[in-house]
Design a protein around this ligand. Structure first.
Ligand code: ADP
Length: 334
């Protein structure tokens, strides 16, 4: 796996939890989401009731899990963490729901991947704090309603479009997480450097921030890689020169694109003449899962103006051709 991909390797999970912001005040950036969420939480606290269910939507590494944990912390409630793919059978979900304590926060990551029967059970749980447990099989089967404690569901998704309408409608509040501005990533980096004891200089921070694909998780990952380089090949200080040299070693280019991003653009341009091409075909060409290409690579390539999604497929923009050092055909989108 590439050292800069959006998902953590297990060895660095500990670091990831050390670097997680614990309160809304510590949570850098996303001012709109922070303000909206603050109102939701304060309103609920005043009424002494669990807040509405919250859906957090956005690309990986932008802070959805952190926010879910912050919601529980701000409410002073426990949190139970699971994921859509872990909920294969409705029974798994029923067991979890019936164990909730009053006011608990239940976090379901990748909620768009929840199996259908579990999803249907979730509707009732979210709306009426009730589940129907089916006992027996065939014509003799009966369903027994079971009360569950009022709770707050926090769902996270990298693809809110993949959620069914009924599920989406049951969330009282949806936070759309945006890629972070370079200044915000610099703040994330300064905070992380303090926690990790890294001597991060302002020009070094700016360089790492500008190559972090708008993503705090990647900023932290790059900081760790640059720290290694600074300690092994320099005097430990993360300066502009050290950051540049380290990022070159790790194949992170000046836009922050990593090997997979460049492979996607390269295939699109070289094998498919710039497109349009379907995302599955593109994924096969780079040897990746279509969901990885779609949910991890593409959002930033679109945002960086390198790739356009059209009804006929993915198309490389003129900027993509230029970034690969090639001249674009006349019909490439600008
Ligand atoms: P997601 O669930 O969206 O994939 P996470 O919440 O796991 O993202 O965030 C990944 C890491 O990025 C966190 O461990 C934390 O170190 C960092 N991070 C994310 N958002 C912020 C933020 N707003 N402020 C500071 N650090 C952040």
């Amino acid at each position: 796996e590439s050292p800069v991909s959006a998902h953590a390797d297990p060895g660095e999970r500990d670091d990831e939890s050390t670097l997680r912001p614990r309160t809304l005040a510590e949570f850098v950036g996303q001012p709109r989401v922070r303000e909206q969420l603050e109102l939701v939480l304060k309103g609920a606290t005043r009424r002494g009731a669990p807040p509405d269910h919250v859906l957090l939507s956005g690309p990986p590494g932008l802070g959805k899990t952190s926010l879910a944990m912050i919601i529980a912390a701000e409410l002073g409630r426990p949190i139970r963490i699971t994921s859509g793919p872990a909920m294969e059978r409705a029974g798994d979900l029923a067991a979890m729901l019936s164990n909730l304590v009053e006011g608990e926060v239940m976090f379901i990551d990748e909620i768009h991947r929840i199996a259908r029967p579990a999803e249907e059970m979730l509707y009732l749980a979210m709306e009426d704090f009730r589940v129907d447990v089916v006992v027996g099989k065939g014509p003799g089967a009966t369903s027994i309603p079971l009360e569950i404690a009022p709770f707050t569901l926090v769902g996270a998704t990298t693809r809110s479009g993949a959620l069914t309408g009924p599920l989406r409608d049951r969330f009282g509040f949806t936070a759309h997480m945006e890629f972070y501005a370079p200044e915000d990533l610099e703040r994330v980096l300064r905070r992380s450097a303090t926690i990790l004891g890294v001597d991060l200089r302002p020009d070094g921070a700016a360089e790492i921030a500008s190559r972090s694909r708008g993503t705090p998780r990647i900023a932290n990952r790059l900081l760790r890689r640059v720290r290694d380089y600074a300690e092994v090949r320099a005097d430990g200080a993360v300066t502009l020169e050290v950051a540049k040299a380290a990022l070159a070693v790790y194949d992170v280019d000046d836009l922050g694109l990593d090997r997979l991003d460049r492979a996607v653009l390269g295939a699109l341009v070289r094998s498919f003449g710039g497109g349009p091409v379907g995302v599955s075909t593109l994924a096969v060409a780079v040897g990746e899962e279509p969901t990885t290409v779609e949910e991890v690579c593409e959002p930033y390539l679109v945002r960086a103006g390198m790739l356009a999604r059209t009804p006929r497929g993915r198309v490389a923009t003129a900027a993509a051709w230029a970034h690969l050092g090639l001249s674009a055909p006349v019909d490439a989108p600008g």
